[in-house]
Design a protein around this ligand. Structure first.
Ligand SMILES: C[S@@+](CC[C@H](N)C(=O)[O-])C[C@H]1O[C@@H](n2cnc3c(N)ncnc32)[C@H](O)[C@@H]1O
Length: 249
């Protein structure tokens, strides 16, 4: 990989936060270039999937610089962008001073139970140490009947496109990033973490494991990105039945 060290995918949360602190200043520019102009389309799809009513309370988790939050605010939602990288939050506060950024960890959210009508996360779930724990915590802060929208890199469904895309991820993306980004190693991590991320049905399974219901997904850009949607059931799913006692010998 062109002399760039391989990314360690099992990063500690403080290492992930520090990595985003380092790329914060050029994050949005680098992102737009590397996503080959697709980000606007993906952001529009997120807003349509969240479909907030004016005044709805929406948590945008792992919001970074708030680029995923601003379109929700423009739709009339009361959006709270939350992230644990102070570097990303301070770039965001300069970029869009109208947003009320909150510092917080996806695994221990600083919000009350049922605080939000919807919760969404764009390109952040993959970075959490324990995605099922994050999805469970997201469900805790969502009211019963409220909505989850996860926008994340996924797996192209058409085999020839998958081959070209994997080549782009593992070769072109790190070398383009090296020219654009202050911390190109972060983009090697990006490429490798995308490759290792569960595909669409497997992520649906993780969302269900976290207690969400009515899970469905929509492929964007041929499955390079997938939008998973789910509902917080009105009551918690029943705990699994205890294993039957062994029959007496
Ligand atoms: C690729 S950026 C996405 C930012 C934004 N949502 C977007 O779409 O542009 C991923 C963000 O996830 C944040 N993140 C990763 N793990 C997190 C955690 N456990 N708690 C809060 N934020 C986290 C990082 O700090 C980073 O800002």
């Amino acid at each position: 990989m062109d002399n760039v060290p391989a990314a360690d995918l099992a990063r500690r949360p403080d290492e992930v936060a520090a990595m985003f602190d380092d790329v914060a200043d050029r994050y949005d520019l680098t992102n737009d270039v590397l996503a080959l102009g697709q980000t606007r389309l993906w952001r529009r799809a997120v807003v349509n999937a969240v479909d907030p009513l004016p005044g709805d309370r929406v948590l945008d988790l792992a919001a970074g610089t708030g680029t995923s939050s601003s379109p929700l605010a423009r739709r009339g939602a009361r959006v709270i962008p939350c992230d644990f990288s102070l570097g990303m939050l301070s770039v965001g506060a300069r970029r869009d001073p109208s947003l009320a950024f909150v510092a917080g960890d996806a695994l221990r959210l600083p919000f009350a139970d049922d605080a939000f009508d919807s919760v969404t996360i764009s390109f952040g779930l993959r970075n959490t140490l324990d995605p099922v724990a994050a999805l469970t915590e997201m469900r805790r802060v969502t009211r019963p009947g409220g909505r989850l929208v996860v926008c994340e890199f996924s797996h192209p469904t058409w085999a020839p496109m998958r081959t070209v895309y994997t080549e782009y991820l593992m070769r072109s993306l790190p070398s383009v990033a090296r020219r654009l980004a202050s911390e190109p190693e972060a983009y090697v991590y990006l490429a490798e973490s995308i490759r290792a991320w569960p595909d669409q049905p497997a992520l649906s399974g993780l969302i269900r494991t976290a207690g969400w219901s009515s899970v469905a997904w929509l492929n964007l850009t041929g499955g390079i990105v997938a939008l998973h949607r789910a509902i917080n059931p009105a009551s918690s799913p029943p705990a699994p039945a205890p294993a039957p006692a062994p029959a007496p010998a």
